[in-house]
Design a protein around this ligand. Sequence first.
Ligand code: ADE
Length: 236
Amino acid sequence: MHFSYVTLFEGLIASYFEDSILKRAIAKGLLHVSFFNPREFTTHKHGKVDDYQASGGAGLVFFPQPLFALLRSIQKKSSNAYIIFPTPSGKPFTQNDAKRLAKKEHIVFVSGRYEGIDERVIETFADEVFCIGDYVLTGGELPSLVMSDAISRNVKGVLGNEDSLSTESFEQPLLEAPCFSKPPIYENKSVPSEFLKGNHAKITSLKNTMSEYKTQYFRPDLFSRFCVKHSYDKKG
Ligand code: ADE
């Protein structure tokens, strides 16, 4: 998987790949990352990439020329470049998107700053436009990283133990059951006793029940969908 980041702030993104799983994925040749700075493509004599909004109003937006030049140059070199714009006005990014996009060869994330990006750039180049949650961040760098992390975990070989993928929250209609480690009792709080008895059928059944209660409590929206899909009587 090749990720390209179009950003004014390479350092914000690059540091994420300097540790842990994604660092190893790069070392193993499973991931490749590259960076493109719109300032290097502007024809403005002072290196500007942003300007006032045509409609008036507060804030600057990326004007089209540098991004048109930059994205055209990426497309010329990489015919399979799949271009994604993170924006609060995009569709919600989900685990299904992460799995689907893990099959692409080359994804380009275009990070806006200021008030955003001239819509003509998005209309011309976007393969998809995503929002990572109902809040506004200062730029597209964090959303690009969030999406790349979620996508990378679904690229074959990136996770040491791929079994963990299939039991995770969002891989199933319910949230994952709580997990516990050692010791069995810590500061008077005990691991559920059934977990310590080694009866795997009972442990699985208890985990399923915990998943249902947890989902009902934290994500009633997911739980309602689960109930409809499984013609299930809601508890409580
Ligand atoms: N840019 C700023 N906020 C964002 C969000 N919530 N999702 C995607 N891109 C964004």
